[in-house]
Design a protein around this ligand. Structure first.
Ligand code: AMP
Ligand code: ZN
Length: 471
């Protein structure tokens, strides 16, 4: 059984899917007005961990990740410029071109990180009609009011509004310093914004209330319902979505249908720099390309993220990324070492250890996606097997490789697991060469590289990882 931390319950609870074999998953995706930074990508890696853990439990996962290409204003409140229009001005492109450009770059990043693609990537601009229909229904049911700049959801009409995020609305009211405009309460939110007078926006549509564009919080309601038929199983987001974006999604769907939108709500924590949230505005903004340019593999970042629990912030530093790189290299070196051992031999003690390691790995992941603990089990295993190899014990080579093939279904670190058609004696020279390089004994490393070359093998060094191929 899988247990997950459900945000509204503020507790780890058993997960029960609506359909016994299938899980429907909706993830709030990026606003595509600029490059995604590695903080945004952490959210994608969290979704991937969730998906792969559900698959490890034999669920079939059907997933949707939305693309926000309109309506997300510079402030998560309802003020400021539309991020897409801002991006268009910055680069002298149309809003559509900006959306296409950054969607493509983001999807390339996901691929480099071995993130399983979602089944659908709906865009907010493709669901304008559905958003207008939702707002019309909310209006008919008496949940809205109109101000000089838009149509607003009246949160006072929805008594459960504060429940999901355990909000203290009275304190919010007292502390309201933001320019509320004509809003009646700070928690009320825009469903439809009018295009500013005297200004033609690139993205605007006609509606029963006037020309304008939808507020940010309606798109996910209609896209999730259209593609997954709410209530569905799991909805995810970053933890910043709890008090505003998700609270507002829930209010709209429940006010409209009387039903909850999703059964489980999961939120990943931030990637920080010097403990401050990585964000574009703070200027502490690192992209996946920056990491690659510094000689790291995207999968070093993948491992760095997996080594932290999704409900704790990761304070990013280049040192921590270097550590993750070395940790990944330790796993690769271990597998290369095992690959040199021939033939496969029985060892009941190690075979039991293999079974226990796999069970503990699964148990940790099924316990609220405890990936750091799952990885710790792998390192205990590596330590144990390395001692056995050192002691000259029989090694169940095939079982070890099989174990790592299974672990890779979640880790996906591109470990060298395909059965090498490289002879063991060649692998031995290759490993000695890697060891020499790690010890900065470059003369010895070059000597062994030459030796391999004479024997008809080439070493390729890429992203700090070495592979050997037959020439
Ligand atoms: P945005 O493009 O700002 O709408 O963010 C897209 C997603 O990335 C949201 O789910 C945010 O919660 C998440 N996010 C933004 N900044 C960070 C960060 N520094 N660390 C982790 N997640 C973040
Ligand atoms: Zn959303």
């Amino acid at each position: 059984m899988i247990k997950l931390y459900n945000t509204p319950a503020k507790a780890i609870v058993p997960f029960k899917s609506i359909h016994p074999k299938r899980v429907s998953l909706y993830s709030c995706g990026p606003t595509v007005y600029d490059r995604q930074h590695i903080g945004n990508l952490r959210k994608g890696l969290f979704d991937d961990l969730l998906k792969r853990t559900l698959q490890l439990h034999s669920y079939n996962v059907y997933s949707v990740t939305n693309i926000t290409d309109v309506g997300h204003l510079v402030s998560d409140e309802d003020t400021g410029e539309d991020k897409l229009e801002k991006g268009a001005k910055r680069e002298n492109l149309t809003a559509l071109e900006i959306a296409e450009k950054y969607t493509k770059l983001w999807q390339e990043d996901l691929e480099k990180l071995n993130i399983i693609p979602s089944d659908h990537y709906p865009k907010a601009t493709e669901y304008i009609k559905e958003q207008i229909n939702l707002i019309k229904r909310l209006e008919r049911k008496g949940y809205t009011y109109i101000t000089s700049d838009g149509v607003y959801f009246d949160t006072s009409k929805f008594p459960e509004y504060a429940d999901f995020a355990h909000l203290n609305l009275k304190a919010q009211e007292a502390g309201a310093r933001v320019d509320m405009g004509d809003k009646k309460s700070p928690s009320d939110f825009a469903l439809w914004k009018f295009s500013p007078k005297g200004e033609t926006r690139q993205m605007e549509w006609d509606s029963p209330w006037g020309i304008g564009f939808p507020g940010w919080h309606s798109e996910c309601v209609v896209m999730a319902d259209s593609l997954l038929h709410a209530p569905f199983d799991i909805h995810t987001g970053g933890k910043d979505h709890i008090p505003i974006h998700h609270t507002n999604e829930i209010a709209q769907f429940k006010a409209d249908t009387g039903k909850p939108m999703a059964h489980y709500w999961l939120h990943s924590y931030f990637l920080t720099v010097n403990t401050a949230k990585m964000s574009k505005s703070a200027g502490t903004f690192i992209t996946l390309d920056d990491i690659i340019a510094q000689g790291y593999s995207p999968l070093d970042l993948r491992l760095l993220v997996l080594m932290a629990h999704y409900r704790s912030d990761i304070d990013f530093s280049w040192e921590s990324l270097t550590q993750a790189k070395q940790t990944r290299q330790r796993i690769i070196d271990f597998i290369n070492r095992v690959n040199t051992i021939k033939p496969h031999r029985k060892n009941l003690k190690l075979q039991k250890l293999i079974r226990d390691t796999y069970n503990n790995f699964k148990k940790s992941l099924f316990s609220d996606l405890d990936s750091p603990k799952a990885i710790a089990h792998i390192f205990d295993f590596i330590k144990e097997v390395n001692s056995s190899i050192d002691a000259g014990d029989p090694i169940p080579r095939r079982h070890i490789i099989k174990l790592f093939q299974r672990l890779e279904r979640v880790l996906s670190l591109d470990l060298p697991l395909t059965k090498p058609d490289i002879p063991a004696e060649i692998m031995l020279i290759f490993n000695n060469r890697n060891q020499a390089r790690a010890n900065k004994d470059f003369a010895q490393a070059d000597k062994l590289r030459q030796e391999l070359s004479n024997l008809g093998y080439t070493i390729q060094d890429k992203d700090g990882q070495s592979v050997i191929i037959k020439t």
